[in-house]
Design a protein around this ligand. Structure first.
Ligand code: ADP
Ligand code: MG
Length: 586
């Protein structure tokens, strides 16, 4: 339970502002995250970490000399937007390039991936190393699909130490990948966590039980087990991790026993005592261990054990000094805090920020732009109505943020669309502004996809005075193609694509040979019905993409939240078109 807040919707921003105020020696705030107060040295790689909020000290608490150059901080449990990742990286970089490093989650991959592309296009060399330490989230043959949990710390620490000693971007990437290859984690939960402002936890663990293989976003564990003693739990975690000893590892390991938010340090120490003896019994040598709250999940009760398997190179980088708000090692000269801030101004460099709105060629084109805004208003209203249902559906196997994320995106799109229309913009410009705002404000997987899809639909429509049914078919096809290209999901993966493809097909078929607006009324309704049926039919599927994949079994019997929200929006579009044409909004 989160007891203290002003407004749940601004909780993560409010917390970040207070964090910056409390840690001015180390960090300063910037739009979308935090930077080292003293900047990074010229020519050094800027290690930019990030992800959703709710994991303190990850990620903002790990910014400082010897560790990260900056952190991009999204809403609670939701990936930050591409625009924020790009801005924070621009402000942090100082001529040595950028390494993005974060846990492997679909939303983060989409947004940071877009930012990486744009930074490279702007001449700032940028690379990515994903953290994939959670052994419960995919079998060892599919290590690249595993999600990142407390192993974030080892990868960030190694990368930060390499960057600060002046390694090149290629070298920093190499050692960070090496650290990830040598890191394994497994977690358990005793009770779920609760989003600020919510009364219900994202998942519950039955009394007397423990959930094994949890995620750090309130994704429930993979399986429930009777509550063990500390000794039994240590045996379970250590034996599972030792089963996956990386190839070529010697006997040196760093154990990290991580609390997830509300376990006492005393309990962690009881467990650590057993972990240390078990590792010693296995003939391993413990180097600079950690025991504390390092990557949390709001108020989740639980813990994870991570092992970093050292070699000489990793041992040096792990031992190197660092000074951050939440994680300190060794000592550094006072001078590291005095360097002048050398990052470039994010705004001055950001070509996409604040472009003037292009007015449509004439009043008729601007009038259609204004009608698109009515549609965005209707979509936001539908999502406001369904926010909690969509959130509950996403909590079954995901992280429970789908309703809040979609609503944040739709409201931002509505506001940006309104501003553009007020400046006389046509359909394309209104939709570009709406798509950018959706992606930027929503974050998360669906935020990246909807933002990009809406912008693509705008490009397909252009700024015209009037449109017919064939324009609608082309816009929907462009929306679909962009989402397929970006998310790479296929039919049957249990994503919004399972509703989107039948929708686009149904619309195209219904409009064949007659692109009149009269036909469009029926066609959008028929396509929306098809999307609704297809969305419900995802109940039978097991998710193959996104946050819900590790919990595929739990998801069976429930439809995919993204497919359901797509169908709701499709129905809203059909209703809005009918209202406009006939004034009938039944
Ligand atoms: P997150 O998963 O980042 O928390 P949301 O909860 O907002 O984001 O959105 C989850 C939805 O995103 C899923 O229900 C699914 O429909 C959709 N989704 C996930 N991955 C993909 C993908 N690769 N392509 C298309 N849609 C996806
Ligand atoms: Mg989600």
């Amino acid at each position: 339970m989160t007891h203290l807040f002003d407004d749940p919707t601004t909780f993560s921003d409010d917390a970040l502002a207070g964090f910056v105020a409390a840690n001015q020696r180390f960090v300063r705030g910037t739009e979308g995250g935090v930077l080292r107060a003293a900047g990074t040295e010229h020519g050094h790689v800027a290690v930019v970490i990030g992800g959703g909020s709710g994991h303190y000290p990850a990620f903002a608490g790990l910014v400082g000399p010897g560790l990260a150059a900056a952190a991009v901080c999204g809403p609670i449990f939701t990936s930050p937007s591409a625009a924020h990742a790009q801005r924070v990286a621009r402000a942090a970089q100082n001529g040595g390039g950028v390494l993005f490093s974060y846990g492997n989650y679909a939303g983060d991959v989409l947004h940071f991936g877009q930012a990486e592309e744009r930074l490279n296009a702007a001449g700032i060399p940028t690379r990515t190393v994903l953290v994939t330490d959670d052994i419960a989230s995919a079998p060892v043959e599919e290590r690249e699909k595993r999600r990142g949990i407390a192993g974030d710390l080892t990868v960030f620490k190694v990368a930060g130490a390499a960057a600060d000693r002046g390694d090149t971007l290629d070298e920093v990437v190499r050692v960070a990948e090496h650290a990830n290859d040598r890191t394994r984690s497994l977690g358990v939960a005793f009770a779920g966590c609760t989003l600020p402002g919510s009364d219900e936890p994202l998942f519950t663990v039955p009394d007397g039980m423990m959930s094994l293989g949890l995620g750090i976003h309130g994704e429930p564990g993979i399986s429930d087990h009777p509550m063990p003693s500390a000794r039994e739990l240590a045996e379970l975690l250590v034996s599972r991790l030792l089963d996956e000893r990386p190839e070529g590892a010697d006997t040196r390991v760093v154990p990290i026993l991580n609390g997830l938010g509300t376990i006492t340090n005393e309990e962690l120490f009881v467990l650590y005592g057993h972990v240390a003896s078990l590792l010693a019994e296995a003939g391993l040598h413990i180097v600079e261990p950690e025991c504390g709250q390092l990557v949390t999940s709001l108020d989740m009760s639980g813990l994870s054990l991570t092992l970093l398997w050292l070699d000489d190179e990793l041992a040096d980088l792990w031992a190197a000094p660092c000074q951050t708000p939440a994680y300190r090692k060794g000592s550094l000269p006072e001078a590291v805090f005095e360097k002048r801030a050398a990052g470039e101004s994010a705004d001055a460099e950001d070509a996409t920020a604040g472009l003037p709105i292009e007015p449509a060629q004439n009043a008729a084109a601007a009038a259609v732009g204004a009608r698109v805004v009515d549609l965005l208003v209707a979509i936001a209203a539908t999502l406001a109505d369904q926010e909690h249902e969509l959130g509950a559906l996403d909590a079954i196997a995901g992280d429970g943020d789908h309703g809040a994320g979609m609503l944040r995106g739709a409201r931002a799109a509505q506001a940006a669309g309104k501003d553009a229309a007020a400046a006389g913009a046509g359909v394309d410009t209104v939709l570009q502004a709406a798509g950018d705002a959706w992606s930027e404000e929503a974050g998360g997987t669906s935020g990246a996809l909807w933002g990009a899809g809406i912008s693509a639909a705008g490009r397909a429509l252009g700024d015209k005075e009037s449109y017919d049914g064939s324009d609608a078919v082309r816009a929907v096809a462009a929306f679909r193609d962009d989402i397929l290209h970006l998310g790479k999901a296929e039919i049957g993966d249990k994503t919004l694509v399972d509703a989107l493809i039948p929708y686009a097909d149904a619309l195209a078929t219904a409009m064949e040979g007659d692109s009149s607006t009269e036909r469009l009324l029926d066609a959008t309704q028929a396509a929306a019905d098809r999307a609704e049926t297809a969305a419900q039919a995802t109940s039978d599927l097991r998710p193959k993409k996104g946050r819900a994949r590790p919990l595929a079994e739990r998801s069976v019997g429930h439809p995919d939240p993204g497919a359901i929200s797509f169908a709701l929006i499709a129905a809203t579009i059909a209703r809005q078109i009918r209202t406009e044409r006939t004034g009938d909004n039944s």
